[in-house]
Design a protein around this ligand. Structure first.
Ligand SMILES: [Zn+2]
Length: 528
């Protein structure tokens, strides 16, 4: 598979700068520090921290982050060249970059003639000088400089002489990397490969690639750039970024290391931490991890159809492009009514459950029966696991529910939300707990009451958070009443799981999913 001559690749992460441009994202300074340390721990050589001076939060981050001790990562600052008609010495932007105090600065400059003449309203000669002067000033102050050639591919197509003159100016002034950017993200792999080869023939320093995903090609474009000779690859964890995002460093790194032989891109063994890294950053970003993310998504190695899964059980290599453990993921099998016994047998092996030839058909029957009533075990694997455990004779040892009730109070007054009040009676290890709480809605109230009742005996509940709650009304067949399916996502910061409840009554369905959710969390505590 590997005919790519083991390229040497340098990974450059811009999750904290370009990735933070995503519309629904915002990080506190503490969030950024946590991500920085995680990237350092996994072994990313360069981490771009932000644009000092662009907003107070970025400036503050550099004050704190430059004092942190990092093992493998070098923190870099990003910023723009001097303005048109300005002297580099007078540039506030460059001064802010120097004040950030990083060893390396990633300086962005315009390499598309259209932007110079139309947006900056200056001539191309000044466009080149802006880059040269700015790099020179940073070099004179002892900074190492990576140069990001903004809109390079569009610029090269429009006026290649100008685009190349900009690169040459940056190189002559002392930039050590010339990073070719597809800022609009519209290029296709063929465009990228051709241009990189042409530039490569003229450049005296290593090239880099920085692409956005607007044409759905960011990872592919980065890979062809590497094959065409690029050394530095820029991207973000989970592909976060403005519009459709940046190149996703998660699958990109896995492709580079596992398939293109760029084994030096991360320290030995680090690729096995990609799943954990992807989920960690998603958690801090407060976004649900993409279950279909290549390599690391929860369903990236989930097999569904019956024939197929019995095939997987026999010979994984025949159905998987890489072993899931290679990136720290796990093989999953979607159990569904067309899965049959082989699926359940495989699932049992995965969970290390002892299900014999009597128990397996019984589980298959139960799944079929429940799915016909509206349960969806292919999306609620935690509930499936509990069902299978119970089929093997297991009962959960953690708590015993005596009763629960909830009522909703319509409150008078314009701004008043309806208030729900729940009471839960539970026994844990012989102790009886009665907890009443109020909440925003019945599920919130029940959740809070149940957690309070269990919190003393099970402090692990503090680490569990209810991430999402989805309700679907399934229309009743043949004159029966409609039923409600509730899916609940919980997370303990290390893994997420989904449980399901079904009933004609939404409170009952929610309660079933909640109880399963906390039970599963107690069966699988976080690694200490
Ligand atoms: Zn960008």
């Amino acid at each position: 598979m590997n005919e790519h001559a083991n390229p040497t690749v340098e990974l450059y992460d811009t999750t904290l700068r370009d990735g933070a441009q995503q519309a629904d994202l915002s990080y506190t300074v503490e969030d950024r520090l946590r991500i920085l340390h995680k990237l350092d721990q996994v072994g990313f050589p360069f981490v771009e921290g932000g644009w000092p001076g662009a907003n107070p939060r970025d400036t503050e981050f550099f004050k704190v982050a430059t004092k942190e001790t990092l093992k493998t990562s070098t923190l870099t600052a990003f910023g723009m060249t001097r303005r048109a008609g300005e002297r580099a010495e007078d540039s506030q932007v460059l001064r802010d970059l120097l004040d950030a105090g990083t060893e390396i600065v990633c300086l962005v400059g315009k390499s598309w003639d259209l932007h110079v003449t139309e947006a900056l309203r200056t001539d191309l000669q000044d466009g080149v000088a802006m880059v040269r002067d700015s790099v020179e000033l940073l070099r004179a102050q002892g900074r190492r400089v990576f140069f990001d050639a903004e809109h390079f591919f569009d610029g090269y197509r429009s006026d290649s002489a100008f685009a190349m003159a900009v690169l040459a100016a940056a190189e002559e002034a002392g930039a050590e990397r010339l990073v070719l950017c597809d800022t609009n993200g519209g290029m296709l792999p063929f465009d990228i490969a051709t241009v990189v080869r042409e530039v490569q023939a003229q450049a005296g320093v290593p090239l880099g690639i920085h692409v956005h995903n607007d044409a759905g090609c960011a990872v592919a474009n980065s890979l062809v750039a590497v094959e065409a000779g690029v050394h530095q690859v820029q991207g973000t964890i989970n592909g976060y970024g403005e519009r459709t995002g940046n190149a996703d460093l998660i699958p990109l790194t896995a492709d580079l290391v596992l398939k293109m032989g760029a084994t030096d891109a991360l320290p030995a063994g680090a690729v096995e931490h990609l799943t954990e890294l992807a989920h960690y950053v998603a958690e801090i970003a407060n976004l649900a991890p993409d279950s279909r993310q290549p390599y690391t998504g929860r369903h990236a190695f989930t097999h569904k159809a019956g024939l197929h899964t019995s095939g997987v059980a026999r010979l994984t290599r025949a159905y998987e492009h890489v072993p899931p453990e290679a990136v720290g993921n796990r093989r999953g099998v979607v159990a569904s009514d067309y899965g049959g016994g082989a699926t359940i047998r495989m699932k049992a092996a995965e969970l290390e459950l002892d299900l014999d030839d009597v128990a397996i058909p019984a589980v298959v029957e139960q799944i079929k029966e429940r799915e016909s009533r509206g349960y969806a075990f292919d999306v609620a694997e935690a509930s499936l696991e509990l069902l299978m455990r119970r089929a093997s004779g297991w009962t959960q040892p953690f708590f015993e529910i005596e009763s629960y009730r909830v009522h909703v109070e319509e409150r008078m007054g314009d701004d008043e939300q309806p208030l729900a009040e729940a009471t839960v009676k539970v026994r844990t290890q012989g102790t009886r707990h009665i907890e009443s709480t109020e909440g925003q809605g019945p599920v919130d109230a029940l959740d809070t009451a149940l957690r309070k009742a269990l919190a003393n005996d099970y402090p692990a509940l503090d680490q569990m958070a209810l991430e999402d709650f989805r309700v679907r009304v399934l229309s009743g067949a043949h004159g029966t009443a409609a039923v409600v399916r509730v899916l609940i996502d919980l997370s303990n910061g290390e893994r997420e799981w989904t449980t399901v409840g079904v009933s004609e009554n939404i409170i009952e369905a929610s309660w079933e999913a909640l109880v399963d959710g906390y039970t599963f969390g107690l069966v699988h505590p976080r690694t200490p």
